[in-house]
Design a protein around this ligand. Structure first.
Ligand code: NAD
Length: 256
């Protein structure tokens, strides 16, 4: 308990799935949580869940692809709580059912890059000055096992590879200011996004990958990793790509 006592955490995409799991876990561990999501319904529901459990949270409607929304998110959080200690860049979209690069439309490519990569850039751009001001902070980016080469979704994988590279650059540029940046690379996690992808056939061309752990991940599995990376327990960990995938990648590596 209280592993994040005194922290103020912004979590994007916290109105559903993995982001909600992280928001609930962070609040349970004492952090004030800003639930930032494009969806008011999902975001407000997460806030209600946190408050019902005795935590502190507020919702802010944010489209991470809009610089003015993200700038306002950072400003409002400072005004309300005085600082930003943790940023979890979790908001993301899946590429839908156009898997091969010659089938991907320019519009789909731009949409995926805007949400999954430019959105992370905007959030870091507008939150980092507050972390510099407070003398430190932790950024946790939710990438994907797809960033490590797993899966056929070209545009999605490229966006998540970009998130991994951006994470390393931030770790390099801000390490001397006590600001850490790490990425989590989840394997298959049971959320509305992955349920929709299974239902619409997105994974139909995916390679069959066995997991060492015989189940899909739950949002809580990712939340525990994010909790460690957000807390001071990981103070010597930065620029890391933490795989939380039930062992899928390790099994594949052995197969080759
Ligand atoms: P989800 O669809 O359940 O939740 C995503 C949330 O992000 C939603 O609440 C949505 O409203 C919000 N969002 C979408 N676009 C937004 C925008 N422009 N601005 C602000 N909020 C926005 O998805 P999830 O499965 O929980 O995925 C969360 C993250 O984890 C994503 O980045 C995803 O790529 C990544 N991920 C998921 C899996 C998986 O198997 N579910 C695996 C690897 C990585």
């Amino acid at each position: 308990m209280n592993r994040l006592q005194g922290k103020v955490s912004i979590i994007t995409g916290a109105g559903s799935g993995i982001g909600r799991g992280i928001a609930e876990k962070f609040a349970e561990e004492g952090s004030i949580v800003v639930v930032a999501d494009a969806s008011p319904a999902g975001g407000e529901e997460t806030v209600e869940l946190i408050r019902a459990a005795g935590g502190t949270a507020n919702f802010q409607q944010v489209d991470v692809t809009k610089a003015e929304d993200v700038e306002r998110l950072a400003q409002d959080t400072i005004e309300r709580y005085g600082e930003i200690s943790v940023l979890v860049n979790n908001a993301g979209i899946s590429s839908g059912d156009t898997l091969r690069i010659h089938e991907v439309t320019e519009e789909a490519w731009d949409r995926i890059m805007n949400v999954n990569l430019k959105g992370v850039f905007f959030c870091c751009k507008y939150v980092l000055p507050a972390m510099l001001e407070r003398g430190g902070g932790s950024i946790v980016n939710i990438a994907s096992a797809a960033a490590m080469g797993m899966g056929p979704r070209a545009a999605y994988a490229a966006s998540k590879g970009g998130v991994a590279s951006l994470t390393r650059s931030i770790a390099f540029q801000y390490g001397e200011y006590n600001i850490r940046a790490n990425a989590i690379c989840p394997g298959p996690v049971d959320t509305p996004m992955s349920r929709a992808a299974r239902a619409n056939g997105t994974y139909k061309q995916a390679p069959i990958v066995d997991l060492c752990v015989d189940r899909r991940g739950e949002p809580e599995d990712i939340a525990y990793a994010a909790l460690y990376l957000a807390s001071d327990e990981s103070k010597y960990v930065t620029s890391d790509m933490m795989l939380v995938d039930g062992g899928a990648m390790r099994l594949r590596a052995e197969q080759f």
